[in-house]
Design a protein around this ligand. Structure first.
Ligand code: BGC
Length: 489
């Protein structure tokens, strides 16, 4: 009798402890077959930039002398030669173990175009194909589905030197590359993305690279004039998307193909004038609809098409819009971080608006934290694009040193943990409001090379010691792991 009382008391204590630990972990209802994942991109994780016949990409040029962009931006002289060492197969095996322990069922990765086609076109680098076969097979053997982005800012230098996306031939260069990936990997990869964030590529990266090459620093984000003059870049990329989507569908590989956008939610300070509000609407449309409309409605937004003088600059030729219309993109990928705050500055920036701070809202690297705006934004996408299938292909946070204190092998990144928790809830709320969301990916599985910011911005749920390449799951990893376990119950 006495022992059974003690047992009961002990059991109830244990239950309370475990409830307290999981207090913040609710079981939420998500659709069957929901993709739970974490994301990465080739250049940010692989390293091995000169290994086994890989050709250089645009980043190998700009992160190295004489440009050394990361050094210029952060003071750290960093390039992608090692990144987080995933080109090393032993390293990748260890990393997959961490993914498996985390409990994700899908991993978003990208293929480096110049690793499989060193010149961007022509001769295939079989060693590069072997590497991706190894990566894809290892994931599958560990019960993790690969979701593959074909182009994550990874332009082969040889093609950039021929004008990159400003050159109409890029449409076919990309389609040939996509064709190669479908043929070599499409038997096992069932979800492809053509492009990651075309708007960032064009407004930020292209502007930056043009500026460096012409030695004239334009305002970033790009001006209206800049966007007009680069409308051909947008159009060629959308043509390449459409042509590759159609090609994929003719192959009947039994999978899906989408495109992912940087979902830019934008806000204006409360003192803004009426003309500031009109500009804000334009800014929102340029960031989002200019790219989403052709992929999901088959046309460019009329107002922007005229205003940006697309018929003059866009290289829009007979049959192009029919091609764009004919492509049935299977799903809409959304990368969301936070809200961008704009302020009026007549004559400057983006339609007279410039990006600024918001003293009332918590800030992280990519905007202001606002999960409620995310829910509203997703609901508006449902309305604007006739309830498309959506996958949240990136969502994550970086708050800098205060959230990354590494002590005794642990990082108590409470801000990131709370951020992920709130945004998963937001996704759930959007689903309850009828948005057709089929997956969620944390950015990122590991701390990695944050482009021109080098190693100065950590976004990972796993801490990486960039010198030793040791990995340490952060508190946010442990939270996500428990959350995923709950989902499986
Ligand atoms: C990009 C990633 C990047 C992340 C964090 C996204 O816009 O797709 O490559 O690392 O944001 O800034």
């Amino acid at each position: 009798m006495k022992t059974s009382w003690i047992t009961l008391i002990l059991l109830s204590c244990l239950l309370q402890i475990s409830r307290a630990q999981n207090k913040h972990i609710e079981k939420l209802q998500f659709p069957k077959g929901f993709l739970w994942g974490a994301a990465s991109a080739a250049y940010q994780v692989e390293g091995g930039t000169k290994a086994d016949g890989r050709g250089p990409n645009i980043w190998d040029k700009y992160l190295n002398p004489p440009y050394s962009l990361a050094k210029m931006a952060t003071g750290q002289d960093v390039n992608g030669d090692i990144a987080i060492n995933e080109y090393d197969r032993n390293q990748f095996l260890k990393d997959v173990k961490l993914m498996k322990d985390l409990g994700i069922n899908t991993y978003r990765m990208s293929i480096s175009w110049p690793r499989v086609l060193p010149e961007g076109t022509g001769k295939v680098n079989e060693a590069g194909i072997d590497y991706y076969n190894f990566v894809i097979n290892t994931l599958i053997e560990n019960g993790i589905k690969p979701l593959v982005t074909l182009y994550h800012f990874d332009m082969p230098l040889a093609l950039a030197n021929k004008g990159g996306w400003m050159n109409r031939e890029c449409v076919n260069w990309f389609t040939d590359y996509a064709n190669l990936c479908f043929d070599r990997f499409g038997d096992r990869v069932k979800t492809f993305l053509t492009f990651n964030e075309p708007s960032i590529e064009m407004f930020f990266l292209q502007t930056l690279f043009d500026a460096i090459d012409s030695k004239q620093m334009p305002s970033i984000p790009a001006s209206e004039k800049y966007i007009s003059e680069h409308f051909a870049h947008i159009h060629h990329l959308m043509l390449a998307h459409a042509q590759s989507v159609n090609l994929y569908h003719t192959k009947n590989l039994g999978g899906k193909i989408g495109i992912t956008f940087n979902f830019m939610l934008c806000d204006l300070d409360s003192t803004a004038s009426e003309s500031g509000k009109t500009s804000l609407n334009l800014v929102r449309k340029v960031w989002n609809n200019l790219f989403m409309d052709p992929a999901f409605k088959g046309s460019y937004p009329k107002e922007l098409f005229d205003r940006l003088k697309a018929s003059q600059y866009g290289d829009i030729q007979a049959g192009d819009m029919d091609l764009i219309k004919s492509a049935k993109t299977d799903f809409l990928g959304i990368n969301y971080y936070g809200v961008n705050m704009y302020h009026e500055k007549p004559g400057a920036g983006f339609f007279g608006l410039v990006n600024g701070k918001n003293p009332d809202k918590p800030e992280m690297f990519n905007g202001f934290v606002n999960p409620a705006a995310f829910v509203d934004g997703l609901v508006s996408l449902k309305k604007q694009y006739s309830n498309p299938e959506i996958i949240i292909t990136e969502n994550g946070a970086g708050y800098g040193e205060m959230d990354e204190k590494f002590e005794n092998g642990k990082v108590n990144d409470v801000l990131r943990m709370a951020y992920i928790q709130k945004h998963i809830k937001a996704v759930n709320e959007a689903i309850r409001k009828g948005v057709n969301i089929k997956g969620y990916f944390v950015w990122s599985m590991f701390d990695n090379l944050e482009w021109i910011m080098g190693f100065s911005r950590r976004f990972g749920i796993t801490y990486v010691d960039f010198k030793t390449q040791d990995r340490f799951p952060k508190q946010s990893y442990l939270w996500y792991q428990t959350f995923l376990k709950e989902q499986k119950k």
